[in-house]
Ligand binder design. Structure first.
Ligand SMILES: Cc1cc2nc3c(=O)[nH]c(=O)nc-3n(C[C@H](O)[C@H](O)[C@H](O)COP(=O)(O)O)c2cc1C
Length: 200
């Protein structure tokens, strides 16, 4: 096997949630407090996509605010915490479109999401990021990171607002966060999927 083989089984099914019918779209997400999970489940319900929950090899505290220092360190230093349940590369290869969901954690995606994305060849796949957050003030920084770790993929949206200061992920409230279309929560998911053309 190659370095991406899932040690728990040939198709990773031991850890993934039950896949639904179809198999061309994957919703991969990390969620600590279930907000992102709720959006992920909504996407699955409306598109028939398969679902996969990214688990951190070293789990976060039940209340992730108790792990705030760890999370800030991972984000600010661009670390790649391990994923407990990486899927087999052949399984990822079967999808054309991958929704990737995360909370905004210290102005960035949960870094395990980057670990996951960088583990695969995602060339020419369509990557559709979605975030949940306390406020949209860091959304562009978080989105930029997803695009950066999937340089050979296509994305929805195709491009992002210009990052006014790409080297600074710690200063809030730049106007470049405006205008990124997000579902925000489960209730906003159906209209968002329609706006981006993923459902009729
Ligand atoms: C440690 C930590 C850091 C956070 N940092 C941000 C942030 O930088 N910007 C933001 O809008 N929300 C931030 N939040 C709020 C989460 O993004 C928000 O609650 C999200 O919906 C949680 O998703 P989940 O329930 O899927 O884990 C943070 C939450 C935690 C626990």
């Amino acid at each position: 096997g190659d370095e991406f083989d899932n040690p728990d089984g040939p198709d990773g099914s031991g850890n993934a949630e039950t896949p639904s019918e179809g198999g061309k779209i994957l919703v991969a997400y990390f969620s600590a407090q279930r907000h992102t999970q709720a959006v992920a489940e909504c996407i699955v319900e409306l598109t028939g996509a398969d679902i996969y929950c990214i688990e951190a090899a070293e789990p976060y505290a039940a209340n992730p605010y108790d792990d705030s220092d760890r999370i800030r360190n991972e984000a600010y230093n661009d670390l790649r915490p391990g994923v407990a349940n990486l899927l087999d590369a052949e399984r990822i290869a079967q999808y054309d479109t991958i929704f990737i969901g995360s909370p905004c954690w210290w102005h960035q995606p949960a870094m395990v999401v980057c670990t996951f994305l960088e583990a695969y060849d995602l060339k020419d796949k369509v990557i559709i990021p979605f975030f949940t957050y306390g406020a949209t003030t860091y959304l562009n920084e978080s989105m930029q990171k997803i695009y950066k770790v999937t340089p050979d993929s296509k994305h929805i949206p195709e491009t992002l607002p210009e990052d006014l200061d790409p080297d600074d992920i710690t200063t809030p409230g730049r106007p470049d966060d405006a205008g990124i279309d997000m579902p925000g929560n489960a209730g906003g998911t159906e209209a968002w999927l329609r706006r981006i053309g993923m459902i009729e």
